[in-house]
Design a protein around this ligand. Structure first.
Ligand code: FES
Length: 214
């Protein structure tokens, strides 16, 4: 496939460029669990994307004594960007004999997109699905092994009390490409009826923009 063929024109007229790494992982996904394959895992995480409704499941094999992930498999009903990013994530987790759980917990979504040579901005929400499923699988492990103090919960917090808009809604708006208060308000109308919420909204925009785009 040529670079020209790999550039897809978005509905808004922008070009979406997929790197060679994205294409490689999309056409040859690593550690994908085929329907007829058996994989003995001891933890599983499943998440859905509020933006598109797609789903991701990750299974882990964890070595308790070494507190390390030693193997993993995954499946998704997501798009090419979700497939490529989870494929590369699964490689990162297994590299050099496996990844320590604390290292996996501190993985940044941008480390995954960097390894892929970038992704179109509109596809960033797809690339975090694998990372979120990995977090859920680790929570599953912590519950099963009684390590309750290590469980990370991403509870929702209402930010705009008039429209009942939460921090998760703002996170999704950032993942879909919003960068400024105006962008977020265009999507959500957040803070218009509850102006006292605006400083908190601006803090969340800064936090999620740094988290996902560096
Ligand atoms: S569009 Fe749903 S995961 Fe990419």
């Amino acid at each position: 496939m040529t670079d020209q063929e790999a550039t897809i024109r978005g509905n808004d007229g922008t070009n979406w460029f997929y790197s060679e790494e994205v294409k490689d992982h999309f056409f040859n996904p690593r550690n994908f669990l085929h329907h007829d394959e058996k994989f003995e895992s001891n933890a599983m995480g499943k998440v859905g994307s509020p933006a598109c409704g797609d789903e991701m499941i990750i299974w882990l094999k964890i070595n308790k004594d070494e507190d390390k992930i030693i193997d993993c498999r995954w499946q998704t009903f997501g798009c090419g960007s979700a497939i490529a990013s989870t494929s590369v994530l699964s490689e990162m987790v297994k590299e050099n004999g496996g990844m320590k759980i604390d290292t996996a917990l501190s993985l940044k979504p941008q480390e995954i997109t960097d390894r892929l040579g970038g992704l179109p901005i509109r596809k960033i929400h797809c690339s975090v699905l694998g990372d979120k499923a990995l977090q859920e699988a680790l929570n599953d492990w912590f519950r099963k092994t009684g390590q309750y103090d290590r469980i990370i919960t991403a509870g929702k917090k209402v930010i705009d009390k008039v429209l009942n808009i939460t921090d998760r809604d703002i996170e999704e708006a950032i993942l879909e490409g919003a960068r400024t208060l105006e962008d977020v308000q265009d999507k959500l109308k957040v803070g218009i009826g509850d102006p006292e919420a605006i400083p908190q909204i601006e803090d969340l925009i800064k936090f999620y923009t740094e988290k996902y785009y560096g």
